[in-house]
Design a protein around this ligand. Structure first.
Ligand SMILES: Nc1nc2c(ncn2[C@@H]2O[C@H](COP(=O)(O)OP(=O)(O)O)[C@@H](O)[C@H]2O)c(=O)[nH]1
Ligand SMILES: [Mg+2]
Length: 242
C-alpha cells in the first residue's frame, strides 16, 4: 500500500526534526506532508530545508497563511492525499504524544480494516504525564460521545489515526461540522455509520516535553453540542457505497 502521513504543526521547531526522523525510521517508505500554519517560530523553514536536503521526494510542506485550526489542516491534508495515489493516509501530532513506533502496526491494520485508531482506552493503551483535568476531558469526551453516538469504540477524541483512502473519499470531508476538538469524533463517527471497519490499536500517549499545547476550554464546550448535532443528523451523513 502506498502510504502517507499528515503532520500538522504550529510552533513545533523543537520537535519537528526528531519526529520526522522517528517516522522515517519506523516506516522507511512513507511520504510525509507537514501542514504548517505559518508558525511564528518558523517551523516551516526547518521543514523546507529537510525536504530539500534530507528527504527529497519524501517530505512535503504545505504552508498556510495563518493559524486556521487542526481540523482544517487535516482536511487540507486529506485532499492533498486523495489527489495523489496514496492508498493509506495517516494523521498524527508533531509533539511526540503520538509515538511513531506504533505506525507499522497501524498501517498493517489497514490490511484487514478501513481505519486504525491509536487508542488510549483499550487494553494495552494509556496516558503518561497528563494532569487529572486533561484526562477527565479526554476520557469523559470519549465516553460521552460513545454513548450518545452508539459507537463500539473507546477512544474517540484522539488524533492518531490511519485511513484507507476510500473512507476519506466517502465521508464528505468538505462538509464536516466541526473544526476543533470534535473533528476527531466526527470523522470516526462518519466512517462507522457508513459501514467501514474500524480497529483500535493500543497506544501509550505521552504529554509533550517541548513546546506548548494549543488546546482550550472553549473547544471542549463546542464539542458537547456538536456530538448531539451529529446524532440528530445521522441520516444525512449516510453515503451510497459502491
Ligand atoms: N497546522 C496547524 N497545526 C496545529 C494547529 N493547532 C495545533 N496544531 C498541531 O496539532 C498537534 C496537536 O496540537 P497540541 O497543541 O499538541 O494539542 P494537544 O495535544 O491536544 O494539547 C500539534 O502537532 C500542533 O502543532 C493549527 O491551528 N494548525
Ligand atoms: Mg499535543
Amino acid at each position: 500500500m502506498k502510504k502517507m502521513i499528515i503532520v500538522a504543526t504550529y510552533n513545533e521547531k523543537d520537535n519537528i526534526t526528531n519526529i520526522l526522523a522517528e517516522i522515517y525510521k519506523n516506516v522507511p517508505d512513507v511520504h510525509v506532508l507537514v501542514i504548517d500554519d505559518n508558525s511564528p517560530d518558523k517551523t516551516y523553514e526547518i521543514v523546507e530545508q529537510l525536504a530539500k536536503e534530507k528527504y527529497p521526494n519524501q517530505l512535503f510542506l504545505m504552508r498556510r497563511s495563518g493559524k486556521l485550526g487542526l481540523g482544517t489542516a487535516y482536511v487540507a491534508g486529506f485532499k492533498w492525499g486523495l489527489e495523489r495515489d496514496y492508498e493509506a493516509i495517516g494523521q498524527m501530532d508533531a509533539d511526540f504524544s503520538h509515538n511513531p513506533k506504533y505506525l507499522p502496526e497501524m498501517f498493517n491494520t489497514l490490511n484487514n480494516y478501513d481505519v486504525a485508531i491509536g487508542s488510549r482506552y483499550v487494553k494495552g493503551g494509556g496516558i503518561i504525564n497528563w494532569g487529572l483535568k486533561r484526562k477527565i476531558i479526554s476520557r469523559g469526551g470519549s465516553l460521552y460521545s460513545k454513548i450518545i453516538l452508539g459507537l463500539p469504540l473507546n477512544d474517540l477524541t484522539g488524533g492518531f489515526k490511519c485511513w484507507r483512502r476510500e473512507v476519506l473519499a466517502t465521508i464528505g470531508i468538505d462538509n464536516l461540522m466541526s473544526t476543533g476538538f470534535c473533528f476527531q469524533i466526527e470523522t470516526t463517527y462518519k466512517a462507522f455509520i457508513n459501514g467501514f471497519r474500524i480497529k483500535e490499536v493500543p497506544i501509550i500517549f505521552e504529554d509533550r516535553i517541548f513546546g506548548q499545547s494549543k488546546m482550550s476550554g472553549g473547544i471542549f464546550k463546542e464539542a458537547l453540542i456538536t456530538v448531539w448535532k451529529l446524532r440528530l443528523n445521522k441520516n444525512s451523513f449516510l453515503r451510497i457505497k459502491k
